[in-house]
Design a protein around this ligand. Structure first.
Ligand SMILES: Nc1ncnc2c1ncn2[C@@H]1O[C@H](COP(=O)(O)OP(=O)(O)O)[C@@H](O)[C@H]1O
Ligand SMILES: [Mg+2]
Length: 377
């Protein structure tokens, strides 16, 4: 008995780590990659090269289940594949939450969940009008296509608005209050088509310039905040009708928990689960989309820290420094096989331990060595 064949649309690092999780389950993966050099295409023998718009319908016909490494998938191709009876998990309806920030803000607000004050605006004047209500600074966002903080801009003062608006293009934009964030966290929920779900421990995330750089478990916030975050996560997963992993990004302003956005797939904030949880987010994503029993989401150590490896400013390749970094004990190095470019996510390092600060320091030291920076203790 062989199979099933799980097709993944996209071949980035998430698909690459899913391939790693597929091995012990003996699940066959087939990738729809944009480029044969993509991160996951390097490690998977079964790759179709093409865009979802051109190739998804034929690709889906060769798979038992199709899932996704990113949300930017042509809606017409999704609808056609669905009409042909293909099994898409999550569904196009669930993917829409992650594709359209305006849609998800409206849907979560309508369900009674707290979200940042927001509006869709067509010009800078309307954005300025919105700021009169919420106060400066404000945040401008492209409703579609953004990631890692691309498509997000904080506007500090009204004098800056025209320049930022011009830079972001002339499509309608989402404008939001700038939430006074005390902590950001993410709740990962894995869900089966039946609705049966499991929640991972809440992870605290640290972003700089809109890009996630560090993740800490347990989150450094009070237990009642953690419980509320888990509750919000479960509620969002049911609203979205997620299948597989759903990541819910949350803001905490010291008082309220606000839903920022969702990703309907494994997520950067869940990379700690590879070493730090009984079942990784990638293994559980496969179980969820295959409608198999979900694995235990409990953490396996008192403290888990993951630090992202971004391309160093000088453009140098961290792989040249691999051996130095591996000398750090108790630091798990994950490299994605991507060409080095300043600021690009090239890998991550996870450490587990007894003490949160010591564990984070160990992961940071390893990343610093990969980045080629000097490290003074
Ligand atoms: N309304 C806001 N108030 C304060 N910070 C924000 C707001 N929206 C976004 N941010 C910051 O920018 C980061 C990226 O924004 P997000 O909407 O999650 O975009 P992306 O799709 O690029 O992840 C967030 O993690 C947060 O740090
Ligand atoms: Mg985000």
């Amino acid at each position: 008995v062989s199979g099933p064949i799980v097709g993944i649309v996209g071949a980035g690092q998430l698909a690459r780590m899913t391939a790693q999780a597929a091995i012990p389950l003996d699940v066959r993966l087939r990738l729809l990659a944009a480029d044969p050099a993509d991160s996951a295409a390097q490690v998977c023998p079964d790759v179709t090269v093409g865009t979802p718009a051109e190739a998804l319908v034929d690709f889906a016909a060769t798979c038992d289940v199709v899932t996704f490494d990113h949300e930017l998938v042509d809606p017409v191709a999704l609808a056609t594949a669905l009409g042909d009876g293909r099994v898409l998990r999550p569904s196009p309806a669930a993917l829409r939450f992650a594709q359209d920030k305006d849609y998800q803000r409206a849907a979560f607000a309508a369900a009674g969940l707290p979200v940042p004050a927001h509006a869709m605006v067509v010009d800078a004047e309307a954005a300025a009008q919105f700021a009169v209500g919420v106060g400066w600074p404000i945040v401008l966002k492209s409703p579609r296509g953004g990631y890692d903080g691309r498509g997000v801009a904080v506007v500090e003062r009204s004098e800056d608005l025209d320049a930022v608006w011009a830079r972001m293009g002339d499509a309608p934009l989402l404008v939001e209050e700038r939430v006074p964030i005390v902590a950001e966290f993410a709740v990962l929920v894995v869900r089966r088509p039946s609705g049966h779900s499991a929640v991972y421990p809440v992870v605290q995330t640290v972003q700089s310039d809109g890009i996630c750089t560090e993740m800490l478990v347990p989150a450094g916030v009070p237990p009642d905040v953690v419980r509320e975050a888990e509750e919000v996560g479960r509620t969002v997963a049911d609203i979205v009708e997620a299948v597989g992993v759903l990541a819910v990004e949350l803001f905490w302003d010291g008082d309220r928990i606000l839903v920022n956005e969702v990703a309907t797939r494994p997520h950067n904030s869940g990379h700690w689960t590879i070493e730090g949880a009984v079942t990784s987010q990638f293994a559980n994503h496969l179980r969820g989309v295959l409608d198999w029993p979900l694995g235990d989401t409990a953490r396996t150590a008192a403290a888990v820290a993951t630090v992202n490896l971004l391309g160093p400013p000088d453009g140098s390749d961290p792989r040249a420094r691999r051996a130095d970094a591996l000398a750090v004990p108790g630091a798990a190095v994950h490299l994605y096989g991507k060409a080095a470019r300043a600021g690009r996510k090239l890998g991550h390092v996870t450490a587990v331990g007894d003490d949160p600060l010591e564990t984070l320091a160990r992961a940071r030291r390893c990343v610093q060595l990969l980045e080629g920076g000097s490290f003074d203790d």
